[in-house]
Design a protein around this ligand. Structure first.
Ligand code: F6R
Ligand code: MG
Ligand code: MG
Length: 373
């Protein structure tokens, strides 16, 4: 068995919140390489999307391994020291606890892990997002694993025809449920369509029981009880054979669907699929970005990556994202570009409400006109 662990954090931005600094990424690579030499990791690849560093690790210690989580935590802590030295912006912003206590979950960084029996050929796709929230993967996961208009394999490939099971987390109540596609899709979509509260954690093949996808569902604002940055989630998807083909996995991103995040984590914006060279959200701190790295696993070794959205096939999606971005921006501080009051990560409402409390007056009788019975 091999475990793929993707653990990510924003430990400092360059410049502002737009990008990771190359020295921080180099530090990440050095720490990962030491862990590989010591035998803790089988392999690693360090990458980034915007101001978030993603540690892509393979090992034989299973999910929730204390040693692997500690390695990630220590790497982020060392990175934070360097970020402070370079006075990078928001140094250590996602490290929400003072000390590591055995598991990275609940400590700030996001994690997506899957333990798998490596197939004779094992293509995996690692998605890295910036300026958006956990739950942003609900729509693409539904399309990949439940929508035959996206994934014809669901109809015409034996291995996919039985459908997939979705494990959904209620990130507010800390409970989970597993629902089966296709027969429960109407139930499934009531939850998936509300990604600020419900997020798909894992997807399983109903044919073999194997895990096909995992995403990070860590909600920074819920952990900290206040705004500390966006979740900027990670996702790992297995492709081909009994799973959707590579092209079916990345097809949902041809639609730059609307996600929460962008400027100050308080706006709706289109999720733009980009090559790594463009994974640095700048315009109005966005628009939100998604990058995708493809690997072939070979006995746990990460062969790759291929930069999957570095493809003219995604040019239209990027153009469309820019058109949507212009249109949404024209709303300025108005909803639905700005998030509803209770979803905004930053708000001055309590201060303003307090200051103006005494100036609110009761409405005149009959105003507004009452609806006729
Ligand atoms: C959104 C994000 C940025 C910041 C914005 C203000 O996830 O990271 O849009 O929210 O640049 O940042 P601060 O409050 O750090 O000045
Ligand atoms: Mg940041
Ligand atoms: Mg970020």
């Amino acid at each position: 068995m091999v475990t793929v662990s993707v653990i990510k954090a924003d430990i400092g931005g360059f410049v502002g919140h737009s990008e990771s600094h190359p020295e921080i990424l180099d530090l990440g690579r050095e720490e990962m390489e030491k862990a590989k030499q010591s035998g803790l990791l089988v392999d690693h690849h360090v990458s980034h999307c915007g101001d978030d560093m993603f540690l892509i690790m393979t090992h034989e210690r299973g999910e929730d391994s204390e040693e692997v989580h500690r390695l990630a935590w220590d790497t982020f802590t060392k990175g934070t020291e360097l970020a402070k030295k370079l006075k990078l912006y928001g140094a250590g912003q996602d490290l929400l606890v003072d000390a590591f206590s055995g598991n990275i979950r609940g400590a700030g960084p996001g994690s997506a892990e899957m333990e798998i029996e490596e197939r004779p050929s094992e293509p995996i796709l690692v998605f890295m997002a910036d300026k958006t929230s956990a739950g942003a993967f609900n729509l693409p996961l539904y399309k990949m694993f439940a929508d035959p208009f996206n994934t014809p394999g669901l109809i015409i490939a034996e291995g996919l025809h039985e459908g997939f099971a979705f494990e959904i987390q209620d990130v507010r109540e800390h409970v989970k449920i597993t629902l089966n596609a296709p027969e429960e899709i109407y139930d499934l979509l009531i939850f998936l369509g509300a990604p600020s509260r419900y997020a798909v954690k894992k997807v399983y093949s109903r044919n073999t029981g194997e895990v096909g996808a995992v995403s990070s569902t860590d909600k920074l604002s819920l952990i900290a009880g206040r705004y500390v940055g966006k979740d900027d989630p990670a996702m790992v998807v297995r492709a081909q054979g009994n799973f959707p083909a590579v092209g079916e996995v990345i097809e949902p991103f041809t639609t730059p669907f609307i996600v929460e995040g962008w400027m100050r984590g308080s706006h709706h914006g289109p999720l733009m699929p980009v090559a790594l060279k463009d994974a640095h959200p700048s315009r109005f701190d966005g628009p939100p970005r998604i990058a995708c790295l493809g690997f072939q696993l070979a006995n746990g070794k990460l062969i790759g990556p291929r930069d999957m959205f570095d493809d003219p096939g995604y040019d239209h999606a990027r153009e469309k994202a820019n058109t949507i971005a212009d249109y949404l921006r024209s709303h300025g501080p108005f909803e639905p570009h700005r998030l509803p009051l209770e979803e905004m990560e930053y708000t001055t409402m309590p201060t303003i409400a307090g200051k103006l409390k005494s100036r609110w007056e009761p409405l005149e009788a009959g105003e507004p006109a009452k609806a006729k019975a």
